[in-house]
Design a protein around this ligand. Structure first.
Ligand code: GTP
Ligand code: MG
Length: 246
């Protein structure tokens, strides 16, 4: 089983394109002999996002909801707890993605190969790897991303991983099981904001998981509407993580 886990907040305008992408993810999964399951965690969207997702009528889709907005990290934790409660097996996959249709399904095949054929535990889509990059990204947003990625090398001394902040990843069931055992199933991720991506990566490093990256070109022209990341809050959260670690 491949679980596709989406934190979602006010993505109404991106739902039609996302719906198309889900078909592609499902096809890739079936061709690899797996079964796709989609898990959305809506975080108090006020624009009818939840109703829009429900209206797709996709049978293998679970829509979980936080009545009040708690942030993408809290949404990932809710999603992880859900897939673990479904009896996640070591050979299953948990794919984390963005719901603004920027997580390019074409890349998924390459990421899948790393886990299924090469035995990696965690595969990261990586804009900072050679061949990746950002298109149509605002300078302020790019700056925060650079601060995060620079700080990881400087303050945490982790080298050889190019990208720490991107949500688009595959975790093997084995990897998620290891994180749940090490930190507790309810504390796989405790940072509620966008810094959750860095927290998860640091924990994966601590657990000695095999991590690999594939180059990813993020094209923000694919999505409608702006970033939901609060830049100052996220920068401060990164700094707190650098100071305290996980
Ligand atoms: N559940 C939940 N999801 C959120 C929240 N804020 C953003 N998201 C989702 O998280 C994903 C990333 O948000 P974006 O606004 O696209 O952020 P971004 O600027 O692209 O930042 P990156 O994810 O780092 O590339 C999207 O799927 C959003 O719908 C939130 O408060 N709660
Ligand atoms: Mg995005």
């Amino acid at each position: 089983v491949a679980y596709f886990l989406f934190p979602v907040y006010n993505e109404g305008p991106n739902l039609p394109r996302l719906h198309d992408d889900l078909q592609t993810f499902a096809r890739w999964t079936s061709e690899a002999g797996g079964t796709p399951r989609f898990v959305f965690v809506d975080d108090g969207s006020g624009d009818g996002t939840a109703a829009g997702i429900r209206a797709w009528g996709i049978p293998d889709l679970t829509l979980l909801a936080h009545p009040i907005n708690r942030g993408p990290g809290a949404a990932f934790q809710t999603g992880f707890a859900h897939v673990l409660s479904q009896g996640l097996r070591p050979t299953d996959l948990v794919v984390t993605l963005e719901a603004d249709a920027t997580s390019d399904p074409v890349l998924f095949g390459r990421m899948l190969h790393r886990v299924c054929c090469e035995g990696d535990d965690v595969v990261l889509a990586s804009p900072y790897l050679y061949g990746g990059g950002f298109s149509n990204v605002t300078p302020a947003r790019a700056f925060v991303s650079h601060v995060g990625n620079f700080g990881v090398k400087l303050f945490l001394g982790i080298r050889g991983i190019a990208t720490f902040s991107c949500f688009y990843r595959i975790y093997s069931g084995r990897a998620l099981g290891a994180l749940a055992r090490a930190y507790g199933p309810d504390r796989i991720v405790t940072r509620s904001g966008f810094e959750c991506a860095l927290e998860l990566l640091l924990k994966s490093v601590r657990c000695g998981l095999s991590i690999s990256e594939v180059p990813f070109r993020v094209d923000w022209a694919r999505r409608k509407g702006g970033s939901k990341m609060r830049l100052l809050r996220t920068t401060l959260a990164y700094l707190r993580l650098f100071a305290r670690g996980v």
